[in-house]
Design a binder for this molecule. Structure first.
Ligand code: ZN
Length: 244
């Protein structure tokens, strides 16, 4: 069987045996058409890139890199205007003035974009990237968050983006939990203030998003917010406590 292709080929799919069987059945039975069910489009490889995509650009400034990295993630909106509307990442680009690392950055972004377009659950790449450690030891971001590598920070950016578009849901902290952390923090700051009044030379300021100076790294949220309270290590960021 030959079919002359008169239009530009924009994408293709291999016909599976079940696909072939389906139209034949339909033709013979000629059922009265049911109310047309809108077809829910899922992410898949041969989905054509629309002319315009919406996206966000994040800036990464790392002490390991001389220049900032700009990470752009563009999304495709599937089933727009239907109850199945969904925003999914479609492609990622990373730009920088620093060209030293460009070959692996280009390779990484191409593979990430390919994973995005494959469809299915793509959120796993966040954990994969965040688990990459730099042998030089990583660095602290403003706010006291520890980044084990620049790749991990790219993972954190993708995670933030996926949260923004509703692909990853943050386990919501309850109001009670929030209140408890605020209470602990106030108590700690009170105690610390009394100390600094006694020894005014010790009044150094802290740049890490207001967590007390001397706070150590919390293993749960990777933030320098762990303080000793009533003989127990307590995180003033996520509420983690060694004593439960
Ligand atoms: Zn924490």
């Amino acid at each position: 069987m030959t079919i002359k292709i008169e239009k530009k080929i924009k994408g293709y799919e291999v016909v599976k045996p079940e696909d072939k069987a389906a139209p034949a059945v339909q033709a013979t039975t000629e059922q009265p058409k049911e109310a047309p069910m809108a077809e829910v489009i899922q992410m898949h490889e041969s989905l054509e890139r629309p002319e315009a995509l919406i996206g966000s650009t994040f800036k990464i400034k790392s002490p390991l890199f001389e220049h900032a990295l700009y990470v752009t993630i563009n999304d495709i909106v599937l089933n727009a205007g239907t109850p199945y509307e969904q925003r999914r990442p479609f492609e990622i680009f990373i730009n920088s003035k620093n060209m030293d690392h460009f070959q692996w950055i280009v390779a990484l972004t191409r593979i990430l974009s390919a994973v995005f377009r494959k469809g299915g659950d793509v959120t796993f790449i966040v954990e994969e990237l965040k688990a990459v450690f730099d042998p030089r030891g990583g660095y602290f971001k403003a706010g006291g968050v520890y980044m084990p590598s620049i790749v991990a920070e790219i993972g954190a950016v993708i995670e933030q983006h996926m949260k923004n578009i509703g692909l990853i849901h943050d386990p919501e902290m309850s109001d009670a939990q929030r209140a408890l952390i605020a209470e602990k923090r106030a108590a700690y700051e009170n105690a610390a203030q009394k100390k600094t009044e006694l020894s005014p030379t010790d009044a150094d300021t802290n740049d890490s998003a207001g967590f007390p100076p001397g706070a150590t790294l919390c293993a749960k949220c990777n933030t320098k917010a762990l303080v000793l309270m009533d003989g127990c290590q307590t995180c003033l960021n996520c509420g983690y406590s060694k004593c439960g």
